[in-house]
Design a protein around this ligand. Structure first.
Ligand code: HAM
Length: 435
């Protein structure tokens, strides 16, 4: 019986995995440029963590979590996102007590949401994200938004727009919530079942409803900007001005509320401005109460996450950057069993010295071996034929320039080193995306 992959999951293989690694490498470098350190938290957490953080009115908690009882009868959930786990880890390890604030962490890892699979939407997907906790400055918000933009720039993705909104402070949001409740109460009979439920738990969630028949009612709803306190409005304006000063253009979108309940203050999303719409490539925002909610001190934070599958998708479609595929340094080609056995000994010596080596075990013609070496993105092909064995030498061909040289076996280690150095220098002259 054939066992298929679980619906909504996907395998990432070979060159595709190479591109994922390159994207992750870029994210990591940008995070480090901004002073973020890596954090790795478990994939499984106690279910109440997500109920308290992501929120009981969010779609994630109401419909999308992979939750099960473990053998000890504890309710466990596969993380649907990483922010909550990072907050839990800060509390569990009292990280706030012995490190300078703000705490700045980045993460890369899988998440799980039971969503309807479609382009760019999976049940197991991967996020890169950052969290900065313990600064009250609006510049911390700006830093996070700028970091996200830098990630996209570094991948050569320039057809991107940044949508931004403010959900205000606690007082502004309470007033807004009351106004929404009053407005939607008049229309709720004509709205979907989810919205009826959202009206009771969190009317802000209704703004996120995707049901087309509900949209005209939602368009007519009161706007958050009319309920912002002077302080919240001032902070939002400061953020937008500071972004302008560093040449980041943003589009204010007063319907942007995001799908998680923990946001207060600024929220934002990165979308492609042209081409296929795969939904937000990334998003984030400020959260005043999240750390406190999970049992920590009263420190506010701000963060963002990118979906790696969506970054991969737009990168593959839109970017002109070349992915440098790291194939073997030398592909050893032997045409007969004797040469193959010689090559096996040679491979052992060369690998021991740090060269990446691949070789053939089945006898094949040189023509097909060259094709294989190319497909493997090998830098050089090493030919071991009858003449070479007789004269204790190797023929080495640079597969980029097609130049061919003869090398004495005794000089091999030294000559290979200088050949590779030259090869890499040539490569670095061209624009490659990762080294
Ligand atoms: P989110 O908007 O739920 O935010 O997810 C962030 C990104 O993850 C999305 O923009 C999207 O690219 C990707 N994503 C979400 N669901 C899927 C899916 N089913 N398949 C593929 N990609 C998906 C958060 O998760 C927050 N933790 C962001 C944050 C960090 N806010 C503050 N700090």
């Amino acid at each position: 019986m054939v066992i298929n992959p679980v619906k909504g999951t996907h395998d990432i293989i070979g060159e595709e995995a190479n591109t994922y690694s390159a994207i992750e490498y870029n994210c990591r470098i940008v995070a480090e440029l901004f002073g973020y350190q890596e954090i790795r938290t478990p994939i499984i957490e106690h279910t109440p963590l997500f109920l308290r953080s992501v929120g009981e009115s969010s779609d994630i908690v109401t419909k999308e979590m992979y939750t099960f009882d473990d053998k000890g009868g504890r309710s466990i959930t596969l993380r649907p996102e990483l922010t909550a786990g990072v907050m839990r880890s800060i509390v569990s390890n009292k990280l706030y007590a012995n490190t300078d604030l703000p705490l700045k962490y980045f993460y890369i890892g899988p998440c799980f949401r039971y969503e309807r699979p479609q382009a760019g939407r999976y049940r197991q997907f991967h996020q890169f994200g950052i969290e900065a906790i313990g600064s009250t400055s609006y510049l911390q918000d700006v830093e996070v938004i700028a970091l996200g933009k830098r990630v996209l720039d570094s991948l050569g993705l320039n057809k991107v727009k940044v949508l931004i909104n403010s959900l205000g402070d606690d007082a502004s949001r309470e007033n807004y919530r009351a106004a929404l409740k009053e407005y939607f109460a008049k229309h709720i009979d004509q709205m979907c079942e989810d919205c009826k439920r959202r009206l009771e738990i969190n009317p802000l969630r209704i703004l996120d409803c995707k049901v087309p028949e509900d949209r005209p009612i939602i368009e007519g709803a009161p706007k958050m900007k009319d309920y912002l306190s002077d302080e919240a409005r001032g902070r939002f304006e400061n953020i937008i001005d500071a972004l302008k000063k560093i040449d980041i253009e943003v589009e204010i979108d007063d319907t942007l509320v995001r799908g998680l309940d923990y946001y207060t203050g600024v929220v934002f999303e990165y979308h492609m401005s042209e081409g296929d719409d795969v939904g937000a490539i990334g998003g984030g925002g400020h959260y005043n109460n999240l750390l406190k909610e999970v049992g920590g001190p009263d420190l506010e934070g701000v963060g963002l996450s990118f979906g790696l599958e969506r970054l991969f998708y737009v990168f593959s479609k839109e970017s002109n950057e070349q992915i440098y595929v790291n194939g073997p340094d030398f592909y050893l080609m032997g045409m007969d069993q004797f040469a193959i056995e010689q090559n096996f000994t040679l491979a052992n010596i060369l690998r021991g010295t740090g060269y990446a080596i691949d070789m053939n075990y089945e006898t094949k013609s040189f023509k097909s071996l060259f094709k294989i070496a190319d497909r493997k993105h090998s830098k050089f092909a090493v030919i071991v034929g009858e003449d070479e064995i007789k004269n204790a030498q190797l023929t080495v061909k640079n597969l980029k320039t097609q130049e061919q040289t003869t090398v004495k076996v005794d000089d091999m280690l030294m000559v290979f080193q200088s050949m590779l150095k030259e090869y890499v220098e040539e490569l670095e002259k061209g624009e490659t995306f990762n080294g």
